[in-house]
Design a protein around this ligand. Structure first.
Ligand SMILES: Cc1cc2nc3c(=O)[nH]c(=O)nc-3n(C[C@H](O)[C@H](O)[C@H](O)COP(=O)(O)OP(=O)(O)OC[C@H]3O[C@@H](n4cnc5c(N)ncnc54)[C@H](O)[C@@H]3O)c2cc1C
Length: 421
């Protein structure tokens, strides 16, 4: 069946791959639920540590946010490093910085498994207002002084080196960031996981996790899996598997378009950086390997997609790049971003069930890390896992039916401030 939200450039350009059939004994050390970056990374890292692993995915590998995102690799978390230090103190800020800024696990996986996913370096954060630029400059100075982390402060007059748009008041170019073809990365992880012995089973929808005398059970539409450990890596759908965890995120729909290949693509983004701007409802964009402009903009707080996704996103593109406002649009797609109350990921362990979700639009890098840290903790060393697991989190108010409307009201308030500011 064609998923109307996944007529994506990624799906159209990914190599065909299907996992080998899973048969026989369905007992394993670790059952992983979800075939996105988090689940795949965890499964691979667990197999590397000698655990037997079965990964189930209700659709196909990369079906969720991992196969649909903007492909922007942005070091860090949704909070700036200085905000983390102000809130959590020097030691915890150090530990978070080491994990989330310094240690690029995605680059390491791509290199180790030779994953062909159009990896490019360079990320530009573009300031929507002069005040945003001042704040960015202060943060860049702080990162350099405190951690020796180097990025380029780009004055408004020099923005043309990166982006052919007069809209922005300066920016920060981070050579440690970058962009990639996310679905090809997910498929590359899946192939590496399978080669490491992970049994990957698509089309298997997990119900709730049960406790059995032998350990844990995961019942799917076709099978019953017995495991010592379970990793719930279902992100936006986590509440279907563990209902109480569903209270910690709301799904925000976000949409992308890809133009036809553009003859003047390199003029639009001369340094080939991925760009995200500083609006609350941000625009984010980059070039694909075949010189299309991939553009994300606007958010919808309703789960129903706009009737015409291209018409919904295109005005944002036209505002940033009026010179290609008429470019033909070849692909449109969208997906759910699982957002937490405080925009920090919610990661943890309850008995032998591990979970990681709510990366709040900032998951392309941190998910691979989270998966590896889960495997590390399972193998007995939880120190680094705890750095992320100790991030604070609280459920959205409002219970099952009111949670989304209440969160929406809050988000609409900020989106309105964006437009007025
Ligand atoms: C449109 C969009 C743009 C984004 N852009 C960026 C970006 O540019 N940069 C960035 O850093 N982040 C971005 N993000 C966020 C990022 O993609 C996510 O944080 C990340 O991919 C989450 O990975 P995951 O593996 O945790 O979840 P997912 O990739 O969503 O994987 C969860 C998987 O679980 C499966 N599943 C669900 N329920 C069950 C069940 N019951 N049984 C079996 N399987 C189940 C789903 O089918 C899915 O494949 C974006 C997200 C979206 C939607």
């Amino acid at each position: 069946m064609i998923d109307p939200l996944n007529n994506s450039y990624y799906a159209a350009t990914a190599p065909a791959w299907r996992p080998q059939a899973v048969a026989g004994d369905l007992t394993c050390d670790v059952a992983v639920i979800g075939g996105g970056f988090t689940g795949l990374s965890a499964a691979l890292a667990c197999a590397e540590r000698g655990f037997s692993v079965i990964l189930i995915e209700c659709e196909h590998i990369g079906f969720g946010a991992s196969g649909r995102n903007g492909g922007q690799l942005i070091p860090g978390l949704r909070w700036s490093a200085s905000e983390l230090e102000a809130e959590f103190g020097r030691d915890r800020a150090d530990a978070l910085f080491d994990l989330c800024w310094r240690d690029n696990r995605v680059a390491a996986r791509i290199a180790k498994h030779r994953i062909d996913c159009d990896l490019k370096s360079g990320h530009l954060e573009a300031a929507w207002t002069p005040e945003d630029f001042d704040a960015m400059r202060r943060e860049a100075d702080y990162l350099a002084a405190r951690f020796g982390y180097q990025s380029d402060v780009v004055a408004k007059a020099d923005m043309a080196n990166h982006i052919a748009s007069p809209l922005y008041h300066g920016g920060i170019y981070d050579p440690q960031g970058g962009h990639f073809h996310p679905l090809n990365y997910a498929l590359g992880l899946a192939k590496a996981a399978e080669a490491a012995g992970v049994r990957i089973w698509e089309g298997q929808r997990a119900g709730q996790i049960t406790t059995t005398p032998e350990g844990l059970g995961v019942k799917t539409n076709g099978a019953q899996i017995a495991a010592r450990y379970v990793i719930n890596a279902t992100d936006s759908w986590i509440g279907d598997v563990e209902p109480d965890l569903g209270r910690y995120t709301v799904p925000i729909m976000n949409y992308n378009i890809a133009t036809a290949p553009l003859a003047n693509a390199d003029d639009l983004l001369p340094s080939d950086a991925a760009v995200a701007d500083s609006r609350f409802v941000l625009n984010y964009f980059r070039l694909s390997a075949d010189k299309r402009l991939i553009f994300g903009g606007g958010e919808r707080y309703s789960q129903t997609p706009p009737r015409d996704i291209a018409a919904f996103v295109q005005p944002f593109l036209a505002q940033v790049f009026p010179q290609v406002a008429d470019a033909p649009i070849d692909y449109v797609w969208g997906g759910a971003v699982a957002v937490t109350m405080n925009r920090l990921p919610h990661i943890g362990r309850r008995g032998n069930v591990f979970f990681a979700h709510g990366f709040s639009g900032h998951g392309a890098l941190v998910t691979t890390l989270a998966g590896e840290l889960i495997a590390e903790a399972m193998a007995g060393t939880a120190e680094r896992f705890d750095v992320l697991a100790n991030l604070p989190s609280r459920p959205f108010p409002g219970g099952k039916w009111l949670r989304q409307p209440l969160a929406t009201l809050g988000l609409l308030y900020y989106a309105m401030k964006d437009r007025l500011g």
